[in-house]
Design a protein around this ligand. Sequence first.
Ligand code: SF4
Ligand code: SF4
Length: 756
Amino acid sequence: MAGKIGVYFDQENIGGGLDVEALAAETSAKWGDLTPVVKVVPLLAEAGRTIEEDVTAQGLDGVLLCGASARADSELSRLPALVDHVNLRELCVLSYKNPDGTRPYPRDDAPELLTIMARDYVNMGVVKLQKTEKPDSAAIEGVRRILVIGGGWTGLTAAAEAADMGYEVVLVEREENLGGAVNSISIGSPLQSPWTDKQPSDIAGKIAKVKGDRRITVLAKSSMEKLEGQPGEFEATVSTPSGPMTHKVGAVVLATGWKPLDAKYLAPMGLGVSPNVVDAATFGKMLAAGEVTARRIAFVLDTTIAEEACKAAAEEQAAEAAPEPAPAPAEGEEGAKVFVKEDLESIRHLAYSNAVNSVGMLRLANMVCERTEDATQAFILYRNMTVPGILERFYKQMQDRLGIMMTKADVTDIRVTGSTLLVECRNTLLGMDFDLDVDMVVLPTGLVPTSAKEAVVQFGYRQGPDFPDLQLFDGFADSNYICFPYETRRTGVYAAGCVRQPLTMDACEEDARGAVLKAIQCVESASRGVAVHPRSGDASYPLFNFVRCTQCKRCTEECPFGALDDDEKGTPKPNPARCRRCGTCFGACPERVVSFANYSIDQIGSMIREVQVPKDFKKEGPRILILACENDAYPALDMAGQRRRAWNPYVRIIPVRCLGSVNAIWISDAMSKGFDGVMLLGCKYGDDYQCHFVKGSEICSKRRDNIAETLDRLGVQPERVEQLEVAIDEYDAVPELIDGFVRRIVDMGPNPFKGM
Ligand code: SF4
Ligand code: SF4
């Protein structure tokens, strides 16, 4: 807890809008001994040395920097004391407008409302720092050994890379032989410059390198029995032919790859119906074994027939299962459709795999032409040719290749006609419809991640052995597609290759390197007792005051990362190195048992209480609290301020770790204090969620429903608390979100508790 705080005001950055000297004098008078140093400096960015001298001379344990956004003055965070920023430039001066919408620039005197706002923010900053402790990190001796699960193309790359970086590796492979699916791909798509031609995969070389490296222990014909513990000190029990073996490992790379989509989904296109219709993976094996005799081959990348058949079958099945016929839709309206969810989800893997199949079809068509000395005619029929990145060069090369004909086409039917197959092509790029007579049809392979519904890691965690909510990601072991590739919802376990996303071979190699780097970063972070992404370097972790714990299990159930185990009674058992410091447990706990050294119920509650809420709503306006997620919403506001977008001056903004960390008590505090409304500003949730902690904003919306009920019972309109979504790049839209909420609150009138 900071007991001696130095407060510094930045003349250059905020002096044009505020009377900085007056603000400094008020701060000094209000906080007295707590703030022995209150200074106005010409420019904070250049005041590091002065502040450092004050820290030493005055024994300051906290430094509050009132000026530009923390993102602008981040260098000053390294001062030898607890440091916090009050963002008076972006959140006050640059974003200020009068309640009637007019902007007061240029001006001589600071508008009164702007001064009141700045005063509130400074006081909130002082009390926040006063209630902040320096975290004691939970450092452990990180084991510098990486467990790689899966010995295919990606797993082998990961193992070799980790060993090259000086880490020991334990490689677990289910099969007797390493190499996986690439064992049947002797010639792969381009893996290096000039990216125009096929390339030997040299899987044998990769296997030999791994087997010959003394830092790598290969456990073949083995599978995971259990993974217990936490990053830095996991205990992996592996079932091997000689019995269970236990290894201490610091982090895990999950590279278990893919399995093919059930053939039934491609049956409407002839798979399993005619022996001359095969999928790409099978065709590759046949080619390698010299079993392809066909000379006219259609490579079909349009799977609309299969998708529509699946949809129709699902509709039919749903209609049969329905207790009574659904009412006919009104004229002009589309009827609500109920599908068999699993089928419709499964078939999506064909679309997800389109890039891999696009490259794969080019590779196979090229190879078959080569093997038959250009005696084969290969027709590549695509709806979407999605060749990723630099492999475009390979695509262009194949466009000019003798023997390959490509066209965009809607493939509307594939049927057996005597000894050949007929492929109906419509809407082609050639400007005509035609039917192709071929000997063989090659269909795409749907790459389904192996983690889907299979407990490949076997976590010994309270939340179960598998990754949670896999259905949300269609089985892919990822926790945030947008911001954090490789991250899973189990800290310390990083997914790479096709278990994460259908990827081409070159991309799998890159993925393996990325995941290994994340795994190493995790081990190093655990050994320093700090968090991994997104709060990289944060030494705080949840502290539990168990005396008050009622063992309600909300925290253990809601933690998005399975960081909390519990005992038989339900008392939480923290695993700090698994924790991402999101605060969801802290938001969940009705007993206020959980806190962080630098983030607590009391800290935010005190900040809320520091705002001066006027009693006269009509004359002095409402006061509205915004709890803004620090990952997207707060930076969006920061950027809006930088761009001089303005919003209503009656709001006060407090950044929170995640909306999942919002404890209902803060909303009660705000309402009792007389705030007229509370806005919860966070990331998008649902299927296209953007929450950095996966579920925070979704959980918050559920809690908000309970809060609304409570408010209703107390006679306060539930609409006074609203949750709104914003993405980091929506800085142009966020001021109107705020203004709209303020207008709704003004229409509602004052909080009935105001002044009580
Ligand atoms: S802070 Fe987040 S990750 Fe850590 S235990 Fe709490 S809910 Fe889990
Ligand atoms: S939510 Fe709070 S009271 Fe409930 S088990 Fe967790 S710490 Fe205990």
